[in-house]
Design a binder for this molecule. Sequence first.
Ligand code: ATP
Ligand code: MG
Length: 350
Amino acid sequence: MRKAGSGNSKLKLSVPGHEASIGKFLTQSGTFKDGNLLVNKDGLRIVSHSEEGGPPLIKPLDNQLSLADLDAIKVVGTGTGGIVQLVRHKWTNQFFALKVIQMNIQEDIRKQIAQELRISLSTQCPFVVLCYQCFYDNGVISIVLEYMDGGSLADFLKDVKTIPEPYLAAICNQASVLNGLIYLHHEKHIIHRDLKPSNILINHSGEVKISDFGVSGIIASSSGQRDTFTGTYNYMSPERITGQKHGYISDIWSLGLVMLECATGQFPYPPHDSFYELLEEVVEQPPPFAPSDQFSVEFTSFISECLQKNPTDRKSAQVLLKHPFLSMYDDLKVDLASYFTSAGSPLATF
Ligand code: ATP
Ligand code: MG
C-alpha cells in the first residue's frame, strides 16, 4: 500500500507572492474574477461566454449591471440636475452614458420618479434612448443609458448653426422623432414633458433618439426653482406652462419649437430674464412661425400645425406623420449618418 501523499511529493502549497497579487483576481470594484466565475458582494455569477469569447453583452434591465463595474472615461455633458459621463463596462467593454442626478428630492416626488423610471426601463424602441438600469443611493439617482456618440441636437446645432429643411424632414420622418413620440404616446401612454434639443440625441449611424422623458420634467416642475429650469420651461406648451391639464399633444408644441429653432438657429421666443417673462410671451403673444420668405410652404405649415396655442387645434404625432413636409425631400435620399459625422464636431468621444 502506498503511503498517503507519497505519490504527490512534489505538490507544494504556496502563498502567492506580491507580484502575483490578489489584484490579478480582484477588480477595482471588489469583484473576484477567474475564468467565467465572478464573485462580488452581490453574489456569484457564472458568465457564459459569447461567441467572440467575451462575456455576453449587457441588456436592458440586467440585474448584474453594477455601478462599480463601470469605468468612467469622460464627462460628456452637464445638465441642471447633474453630469453625464461616458463609461465603459469592465467585462463587456460596452459603452454607456451614466447620468447622475443629485438632488434634494422629497419623498412624494421620489415616488413619482421611481414610477417614471419603471416606465423608462420598460421602454424599448429604436427611436428612444435605451435605459439599461437605474440606481438610487443616498440621494443620488444614477441612470445607465445607451450612449449616443453624436451628443444632442443642441450640441450639434452649436456646430452647424442651422439645420436645412431636408435634414429636418429626415429627422422627423426617417430617423424618426415622430415615431418615437407615437411610441411614447400611443404604446406607452406617456407624455415626454421635456422635449427640447438637448433631449434629442444623435449617433454616427444617423439615428436620432428621444431621451429623458418624464424624470427631468418632474424634477423641474416640483423643484420650486423655476428660473433654474428655464431650459425645460422654454419648450412648454401654453396649457402646460400655465399649469393646466395637459396631455400628449403638449409634446407636439415642444416639437414645433425644436424644429423651428433648428431651422432658424434661434430659440423662437425673445430672450427672457425670468420664467414669468416667458410665460407672458407664450400666453399673450401669437405663436412663433417659420417666415414664409425663408422656408417652404410645407415647412411653415408643419410648424404651424405644431404651434397651435389651443391644444385641440394641434395635430397628433400620428397625423403629422402624413404631413407633406415629411416626404417632400424623399428624392434627395438624405444620409443623416454622413451629415451628422461630417457637419458636426468629430463624433465618438473616445
Ligand atoms: P437639463 O438638465 O436642463 O434637462 P440636459 O438635457 O442638457 O439639460 P442632461 O440630460 O443631464 O441635461 O444631459 C446633459 C448633456 O449630456 C446633453 O446635452 C448631452 O450632450 C449629453 N448626454 C445626455 N445623455 C446622453 C447619452 N445617452 N449619450 C450621449 N450623450 C448624452
Ligand atoms: Mg437631457
